[in-house]
Ligand binder design. Structure first.
Ligand code: AMP
Ligand code: ZN
Ligand code: FE
Ligand code: FE
Length: 290
């Protein structure tokens, strides 16, 4: 089952799957339906929708993927923190009604609103932006710095999100505030308890001073971590080998994905992917319907 070939009749390449994408339900700029259409046009076998801290896009993603002849995996990128390091945790197939996890995620989303409001208040001293231009009344999307970036771009201060991130939205900026994050070990335990599969997102992202340390990976594996996302556009190449060796030695799975955000980031859908063996292994063991 893990050597399925692409179904487009053109290529005899093995099918590929994108395990990390964001939609308008968090800080992507395209809908789950648009992601499905794009994934089909690229010849992908399927994709996981992993909006930040929300299950909001799952139903649309499931329906759209099925209509496009694609497989679908409901996922999430959870905002977590391990010993002061901001750590993103990909969770696949969790039961969306799990009490503890649902409560923890609600707390994360609420904290994000308070934090974004306060960052906008600080920015408003020097830039002509207001909260209403960042978060429309009644919006249910998970709010984050990218939405503040959009308001700054719309007001003409920056060319794109990346330019705003490099300047006023950077953690070193006086306007920056951290947001509440779930303890990573706690999050992994909850994901497991909710029938999901936990994968550490971009553990070698260049935005950090160093990759996640193997000693930290030991702790996360102990808590139930299933895999690490080594093939990701923001991982620094020179930091990967030590993580790959660790994964080899500890039976950790290695995934690849694009972290697509539509027009919000340069990452292209399907530019990094996982093989069917990884996709099937995850889908075989998760709780949520897919
Ligand atoms: P936040 O979770 O609110 O702290 O915002 C961080 C999110 O912003 C990350 O998860 C990315 O999705 C996004 N992001 C980070 N850097 C950039 C960038 N340079 N351009 C666009 N989006 C970014
Ligand atoms: Zn994002
Ligand atoms: Fe991330
Ligand atoms: Fe992401």
């Amino acid at each position: 089952m893990s050597t399925r070939l692409r179904a487009d009749g053109i290529s005899s390449q093995p099918m590929r799957f994108d395990l990390h994408t964001h939609s308008v339900h968090s800080d992507g700029t395209t809908t789950p339906t648009e992601i499905s259409h794009l994934a089909a046009s690229l010849g992908l076998g399927g994709f996981a929708l992993t909006d930040h801290d929300t299950t909001e896009g799952w139903e649309e993603g499931r329906v759209a993927a099925s209509a496009a002849g694609l497989e679908f995996l409901p996922g999430m990128e959870i905002t977590t923190k391990h010993e002061g390091r901001s750590t993103h945790l990909l969770a696949y197939g969790i039961d969306p009604s799990h009490d503890d996890l649902t409560a923890a995620l609600a707390r994360v989303r609420e904290s994000r609103v308070g934090r974004a409001r306060e960052m906008v208040r600080r920015l408003a001293a020097d830039f002509d932006i207001v909260w209403e231009s960042v978060n429309a009344e009644g919006s249910v999307r998970t709010v984050g710095r990218p939405h503040i970036a959009d308001a700054l771009v719309d007001a003409g201060y920056f060319a794109d999100r990346s330019a705003a991130f490099a300047d006023v939205l950077h953690p070193g900026s006086a306007y920056y505030l951290p947001t509440y994050a779930i303890d990573t070990v706690e999050a992994i335990r909850m994901v497991r308890d909710a029938g999901g599969v936990a994968v550490l997102a971009h553990p070698a992202a260049g935005r950090h001073r160093r990759a996640v340390d193997p000693s930290v990976l030991e702790i996360l594996v102990e808590a139930g971590l299933w895999g690490i996302e080594l093939d990701h556009p923001e991982n620094r190449r020179e930091w990967i080998p030590v993580l790959a060796d660790f994964a080899d030695a500890h039976g950790l799975h290695v995934t690849g994905a694009s972290d697509y955000h539509g027009a919000g980031k340069p990452n292209r859908l399907g530019e990094h992917t996982s093989p069917a063996a990884i996709w099937d292994a995850i889908r075989a063991q998760v709780a949520a319907p897919h």
